[in-house]
Design a protein around this ligand. Structure first.
Ligand code: PHE
Length: 346
């Protein structure tokens, strides 16, 4: 037990201090109170200063009491000050004139992911060319993804699409949007078709700056009487001009796909001034954006059309590749990493 006199004094200091604090109605009076208790010559300061003069045996107990009182007063003061400040703010809101003509604070609306933006651009261009949009499933059968596209089991061309299998035999994640061709043809035959089929594809491949295991594709298919390779070239060049502008180079190469004959691939030149040009284009200066060709007679038959009566072309393009070309993005992996520093630039 501390010296009873000193302890009494402390208790009195505490109760008087708190009582007095109750009478302070605004910020200025609270500040005065603070000086009275915690200023250089304040009573709380004095009580604390006394610790050294208390007999050693009682010093510890007194010190603890004094600190308890100090904390109690400080806490009460801080709370009272907070309330007084809030009250004076309320008062100024009700008495000060309010400018109701001030514009509201802008709401941050977020933005479209670049992958969505490019899909919309692609759809807009093809809509102008008279194409409809058709959606098709992402979990496919081996039959749709390969067999009906002229790739029977063990066909060597299957190696072009490393596949993710599911636990259900025969059910896979589609490796391209081309199986949608069969779905659409079977729905439409024998009528003409002019449609694009956007969607996600999956490939069990090594991830690199140029390829991802998950990416979107936009398939296109046109079927009708007298559709020729010239129509395919015209459509794709018109598309590339609209997408990349008149100054970018378009290159058409012959290629191979089991479901088209003849087959082509289309490249766009990588911006010359970009230091990543050689790495991303494997030194060629070109980046492939799509595969295409004339629909193979076997595929035509599998879709329910008579290849002696109608012809058609098909293509499958990579929107992420186009984004890379448009904005000189040097790493395709950026698209699904959800790094806001990247996404905010679009
Ligand atoms: N499906 C092919 C691919 O993913 C692209 C393609 C589509 C080629 C249609 C020709 C016709 O590589």
């Amino acid at each position: 037990m501390a010296d009873s006199n000193a302890t009494d004094e402390l208790n009195a200091l505490a109760s008087q201090g708190l009582a007095k604090l109750q009478t302070c109605i605004d910020e200025p009076s609270l500040r005065l109170w603070n000086t009275e208790y915690f200023g250089d010559t304040g009573s709380m300061k004095a009580a604390l200063g006394k610790i050294g003069k208390i007999p050693p045996a009682e010093r510890k107990a007194y010190g603890q009491d004094a600190n308890r009182v100090k904390t109690a007063l400080e806490t009460a003061y801080t709370a009272a000050l907070e309330i007084a400040k809030e009250a004076s703010l309320q008062l100024s809101l009700t008495t000060d004139p309010l400018d109701v003509t001030l514009p509201g604070r802008p709401i941050a609306p977020g933005r479209l992911h670049p992958a969505t933006q490019i899909l919309r651009d692609i759809q807009a261009i093809f809509a102008d060319l008279g194409f409809q949009v058709y959606r098709s499933r992402e979990v496919e059968t081996d039959e749709m993804n390969f067999e009906l596209l002229n790739m029977p089991p063990h066909h060597p061309a299957r190696d072009m699409w490393d596949t993710f299998f599911t636990t259900v035999p025969g059910q896979i994640l589609r490796t391209h949007t081309s199986p949608g061709q069969i779905h659409l043809m079977r729905e439409m035959a024998p009528n003409p078709i002019r449609a694009i089929l956007p969607g996600m594809c999956y490939r069990n491949e090594a991830i690199s700056t140029r390829s991802e295991i998950q990416f979107s594709q936009v398939e296109g298919i046109v079927i009708g009487e007298g559709v020729t390779m010239a129509d395919l070239k015209g459509t794709l060049t018109a598309f590339a001009r609209r997408m990349f502008g008149p100054d970018r180079q378009v290159r058409i190469r012959s290629s191979y796909f089991p479901f088209t004959e003849p087959s082509i691939e289309v490249d766009i030149d990588w911006p010359k001034e970009d230091p990543n040009r050689d790495r991303l284009t494997k030194g060629t200066g070109w980046l492939e954006i799509l595969g295409a060709g004339m629909v193979h007679p076997t595929v035509m038959r599998n879709g329910g059309y008579d290849p002696d009566k109608v012809t058609g072309f098909a293509f499958g393009m990579g929107p992420q590749r186009m984004l890379m070309l448009k904005h000189a993005i040097d790493d395709i992996r950026l698209f699904w990493q959800n790094d806001l520093r990247f996404l905010r630039q679009f």
